[in-house]
Design a protein around this ligand. Structure first.
Ligand code: SAM
Length: 279
């Protein structure tokens, strides 16, 4: 298998008359070694069904096809989605293992196959909603590595009581253990983005509860971080009918009402939600 480098990426873009669209986060990786390293970091092995979101011109896709049993790639841009099987056939003698789906990843409800590992250079403007959506709808995804904007990576992997900790960190923690997996130089992209990038790894674990609890937990998380500086009794007052009632609710749940959302981990939010569902 030959992977794509800078020359191949430019030639493909020229062939398609493609001007990379900022709105779609189109920054393509032009370094084959980085692609192989990402696939290694994700621990993709034979037997894996790999899911890639936003395959673009195929840099990472081809590296995934070297290791996985099959690859499902979801690409919103039809020009790229149409070209990808052609590129795969030119570069791989196993091109039949690739399934390309021309769809917005946020609209995906199910896939032809059961992906076990997610490996993606995510479109930066929708990286968090896409990541959370996939964890929600694809229970077979057990682990993965995604490349995102550096600040977003820090937020996804943040722990309580840090300035990066917020809605993405605590919602991702419902589904998985998330941790930083290294930085990536701007020079490996064409065009070079004007933000830094990092890798984030995740491993799914049992969720703390069922869907009813998750929906309530996510509502509480949104309220708790809507006004970051507010104590929980004020931030959750609309949910529980005033701040005195919210204070009573929090005490009953075993949570100090003067805390702020930023100091609670996912289990703390679960206690608050559980109390709401029980009473
Ligand atoms: N994986 C390729 C690489 O590493 O060179 C391209 C990554 S580029 C950062 C993001 C890709 O996601 C683009 O190909 C873009 O067209 C695609 N994309 C943007 N929004 C999307 C969405 N909502 N669903 C699926 N693909 C999307």
């Amino acid at each position: 298998m030959t992977l794509l480098g800078a020359a191949e990426i430019r030639a493909l873009a020229e062939k398609l008359d493609l001007k990379p669209a900022k709105a779609l986060g189109q920054n393509f990786v032009i370094d084959a070694n980085v692609c192989r390293k990402i696939v290694r970091t994700a621990g993709v092995t034979a037997g894996d069904v790999a899911l890639e979101i936003g395959p673009g011109l195929g840099s990472l896709t081809l590296a995934l096809m070297e290791e996985a049993t099959s690859v499902i790639a979801v690409e919103i841009d039809s020009r790229l989605a149409n070209q990808l099987p052609i590129t795969a056939a030119l570069h791989s003698d196993r091109s039949e293992i690739l399934t390309v789906i021309n769809q917005d990843a946020l609209q995906v409800k199910s896939l032809p196959g059961e992906p076990t590992v997610l490996v993606a250079n995510l479109p930066y403007n929708v990286s968090v909603p896409v990541f959370l959506h996939l964890l929600e709808i694809l229970p077979t995804l057990r682990s993965g590595v995604v490349m995102v904007q550096a600040e977003v990576a820090d937020r996804l992997a943040a722990k309580p009581n840090t300035k990066e900790y917020g809605i993405p960190s605590v919602k991702a923690a419902w589904w998985a253990d998330v941790s930083g997996a290294g930085s990536v130089s701007r020079s490996i992209f064409w065009p070079a983005p004007n933000v830094d990038s990092k890798l984030v790894g995740f491993k799914r674990r049992a969720t703390p509860g069922n869907e009813t609890l998750r929906k309530e937990v996510f509502t509480i998380i949104d309220l708790a971080f809507a006004q970051r500086r507010k104590m929980l009794r004020a931030a959750l007052s609309s949910r529980y009918g005033g701040s005195a009632a919210a204070e009573a609710h929090l005490i009953a749940a075993g949570i100090d009402p003067t805390l702020r959302g930023e100091s609670l981990d996912i289990h703390g939010f679960c206690k608050i939600a559980q109390q709401g569902l029980e009473s």
